[in-house]
Design a protein around this ligand. Structure first.
Ligand SMILES: [Ca+2]
Ligand SMILES: [Ca+2]
Ligand SMILES: [Ca+2]
Length: 196
């Protein structure tokens, strides 16, 4: 039981991390594949081909943008996203889907997928310490309801695989969830001990 309590405390400390916020994605313009791929929880492996079926892809000839609606105001702490390595991608935020403010721009030269062939998808993160962390993207937590993703420059052939908005879990909720997850385990341990 002491072990469980220790585990619980450890997990609770870890739960300062973040929960992925649910989004409804709406695409405008001309693009290939379903816009919902951008928030299906699947992040393509780094180097994945830009026209892979797990990506939404488009060209400068038929420009597109993608609006992520979180359903209500949310406190945004971090973003993880996957985009083609050799273009610039712009992320903006809004509270009303009308007035937009810049959050960050990912320059094509950033990231750890090489500019040269074969290139491919590159994951970026604002989570400090993350392997894909890029400090120039980092921002102070802010309240918003919408994010918008667009592409500019580069080779005119664009792709995105995922855009995850993360919010820290309020501690009481984290404790509640963990308590719920650990209780059956504790009961099982107790039962086993009783049986012996
Ligand atoms: Ca995805
Ligand atoms: Ca990366
Ligand atoms: Ca490209």
């Amino acid at each position: 039981m002491k072990k469980l309590i220790a585990l619980s405390m450890m997990l609770t400390a870890g739960a300062a991390n973040a929960a992925v916020l649910n989004a409804t994605v709406t695409g405008s313009g001309t693009y290939n594949n379903d816009a919902s791929l951008l928030s299906d929880g699947f992040i393509p492996a780094e180097g994945t081909y830009w026209q892979d079926i797990s990506n939404v892809h488009w060209t400068s000839g038929g420009p597109a943008d993608f609006v992520f609606d979180y359903g209500a105001d949310v406190l945004l702490h971090d973003i993880v996203l996957s985009v083609d390595n050799n273009d610039d991608y712009f992320v903006e935020w809004s509270t009303n889907n009308a007035d937009w403010f810049p959050l960050f721009l990912i320059p094509s030269a950033a990231g750890n997928i090489d500019e040269q062939f074969p290139g491919g998808m590159d994951t970026f993160s604002t989570i400090s310490g993350d392997v894909d962390y890029l400090d120039t993207l980092d921002f102070a937590p802010l309240t918003l309801r919408y994010l918008r993703l667009t592409a500019v420059n580069g080779d005119g052939a664009y792709a995105a695989g995922e855009l995850q908005a993360l919010s820290a879990v309020p501690l009481p909720a984290a404790v509640w969830l963990l308590g719920g997850a650990l209780l059956p385990l504790a009961a099982r341990v107790k039962r086993r001990q009783t049986n012996v």
